[in-house]
Design a protein around this ligand. Sequence first.
Ligand SMILES: *Cc1c(COP(=O)(O)O)cnc(C)c1O
Length: 399
Amino acid sequence: MDTQYYMNLEDQFGAHNYKPLDVVLNRGEGIWVWDVDGNKYLDFLSAYSAVNQGHCHPKIMQAMIEQARKLTLTSRAFRNDQLGLLYKELCELTHSHKVLPMNSGAEAVETVIKAARKWGYKIKGVPENQAEIIVCENNFHGRTIAIIGFSTDEHYKDGFGPFAPGFRVIPFGDIKALEDAITPNTVGFMAEPIQGEAGVIIPPSGYLREARAVCDKQNVVLILDEIQTGLGRTGKLLAEEHDGIEADVTLIGKALSGGFYPISAVLSNTDVLGVFMPGDHGSTFGGNPLACAVARAAIKVLVEEKMIENAVEMGAYFMSRLKKIISPHIREIRGKGLMIGVELVPEAGGARRFCEKLKAGGLLCKETHDNVIRFAPPLIIAKEDIDWALEKIEPVLAG
Ligand SMILES: *Cc1c(COP(=O)(O)O)cnc(C)c1O
């Protein structure tokens, strides 16, 4: 059975809510993936940074298999022996006080919206149903109705209204706009440290530090969505560390399982997650022992195998080489660690055609919006693999 056969199956029986590159993968190992025709590719997307640890990491796999043999799901009606250990390990690693586990990133975002609102009513004293949360233009926080309601991407929203009230949108990276937007009813400010889906948009340096100060002064919960930037991607465990701050609430997901299993987490200080009482929130699969065992192994290998340090080193090397490419198509190259975006000029004809060409050369990348190519390989990538990739990238970008 070849690529066309599987593509036809997907197109005939599946909803068409994605426009994938025409490659059908059936195996992955480390930074490499293989398609059903036996072609090998370097994965330069890492499932939107969910596979920071590389595909099918043997130690995470082992943890998954061992746990799957023992116990997979209890629901939270009962306790399990993996949950508390994951809590403790996550709190120690990220200096958090409390953890609330969910499954997808969007669920973690929904959870923090509930928590911040309840904190606003019960602790800050905001009048009932008046809570406001400030978010940023060009944000990406997921695809549920509440979340797309405060997206500024019309395509994400078109046809899906009506949306939930209680959100205010300000420009990303503009601290004055944040100060001006805060009212007595503001309960939270939520942002991505670097906007990934918007095209690897990096705010002015010190932005998060200033946002931290504003939120402190105004008694507003600072929420950082690190679902994509977290867990080593930008060369720190959490991207907030670049600014030397700690958010009140940090959201992680994606690489929390190294790509084995959907698991996300809300990490917070005691104040915010402390508002949840039994019955306030839940999820059948959230915090299940299989997810917890997988996540424990995924964060362990991230730290023990020095993947974060490698992201710093390889990111700097890759950036320096990319910046040497002379090309009429490139407008800007930007990034931190191994989260790198190459923005093309509008005349380049869109990033998609470059991704198609890179695929033909054995490199899997994905365009974000029309004009940005994102490079985000697994954090285990070695220098010789980057050199190999550059041999393919240079002629495609220069040509
Ligand atoms: C991917 C992502 C989400 C949503 O995660 P899902 O698991 O797809 O629901 C939220 N925020 C950011 C920054 C993301 O990159």
